[in-house]
Write a protein that binds this ligand. Structure first.
Ligand SMILES: Cc1cc2nc3c(=O)[nH]c(=O)nc-3n(C[C@H](O)[C@H](O)[C@H](O)COP(=O)(O)O)c2cc1C
Length: 300
């Protein structure tokens, strides 16, 4: 029963995304450029890797899946993310040269949170953050791979922001109230996400995105979206609805498992090609210009 309900949020999300269609604006249009400026850096496309954890060495290859997709992110010059792991694994990811944001768990052991944030900064991370959507489970506070999670107050989050020179990114925002709190504590970005359907019947991130964008208007905070992103069309819709960029997720896994770094590079380049085609066909020359004027969204 629980499994069925958990998978529902992913299905609801995909159905919602697929219900949004795209019109054309061809006359006077030119070929689009995908480069973005994000938190002071230039990246080659508004696509990011997911904050993954626990990927082993596929097919006995030299590097873990985490390192392989990080190497691919560096090759494609996109922002890289990673999730729950110990410091030695993070060091290996940092050593790939990818510009990486380390998403730390909301550990009950606050010393571990602070240690991992500080280690990431010393190891040369691009940014740090926390996935706040792993605080609760069905039995109270969540336990993730044997580690207790705990409540994170605004004061705690603000203290993490103040503890680091790096941009702090809150992952797992799915409502306007949390989005505003993130801006208030000084986070530099949020990831609008339901963490591949942890919350049964979660609203599709893209559905809540326009409200979050409106609520954060004028605030110094970037918006990333994830969940169900598997194509250039998905990235386009995410940006048109208010995101600055979108992160792929499990859609990256088949290429990663079968062909490692090259599989992920091919997958990301495929997304880029489709995104460029759609942007060019709808009259947008750069990602920051994209708005919802070419979208056909079904009436509620
Ligand atoms: C194998 C695996 C490990 C993950 N580990 C983490 C993690 O440690 N921290 C985190 O914030 N999200 C983690 N996620 C969630 C992803 O970052 C992302 O939010 C989610 O996969 C997006 O949904 P999608 O797969 O439907 O695109 C993990 C997902 C998978 C599939």
């Amino acid at each position: 029963m629980a499994y069925t309900r958990l998978s529902d949020a992913n299905e609801i999300t995909e159905r919602y995304m697929d219900s949004i269609l795209i019109g054309e604006k061809l006359i006077d249009s030119t070929v689009a450029d995908l480069k973005i400026s994000f938190l002071g850096e230039t990246f080659d496309m508004p696509v990011m890797t997911p904050a993954f954890s626990h990927l082993s060495n596929y097919n006995g290859r030299q590097y873990t899946g985490l390192e392989e997709y990080s190497i691919a992110a560096a090759k494609c010059n996109i922002l890289n993310f990673c999730g729950m792991m110990e410091n030695d694994m993070f060091k290996k990811i940092a050593d790939t040269g990818a510009k990486t944001v380390r998403i730390v768990k909301p550990y009950a052991d606050n010393g571990k949170v602070r240690d991992q944030l500080a280690f990431a900064e010393d190891a040369g991370a691009f940014g740090v953050g926390m996935d706040i959507d792993h605080i609760f489970g069905e039995d109270g506070y969540d336990v993730v791979v044997g580690e207790d999670m705990a409540c994170q107050t605004m004061d705690m989050l603000r203290s993490y922001v103040e503890s680091t020179k790096l941009p702090f990114i809150v992952k797992g925002v799915l409502g306007v109230e949390d989005a505003i709190k993130c801006a208030d504590i000084g986070a530099k970005a949020i990831i609008v996400s339901h963490h591949h359907g942890r919350l049964p019947y979660a609203v599709p991130p893209m559905k809540v995105l326009p409200k979050i964008k409106e609520a954060l208007d004028g605030r110094d905070i970037k918006i990333i979206v994830d969940c169900g992103i598997s194509s250039g069309a998905d990235v386009y819709k995410a940006i048109a609805l208010g995101a600055d960029a979108a992160a792929v997720g499990r859609s990256m896994l088949p290429g990663l498992e079968s062909k490692g770094v090259d599989g992920v590079v091919d997958f990301l380049n495929g997304i880029a090609r489709e995104l460029r085609f759609i942007m060019s066909s709808t009259g947008f020359t750069k990602p920051s210009d994209i708005d919802d004027s070419a979208l056909w969204i079904p009436a509620e």
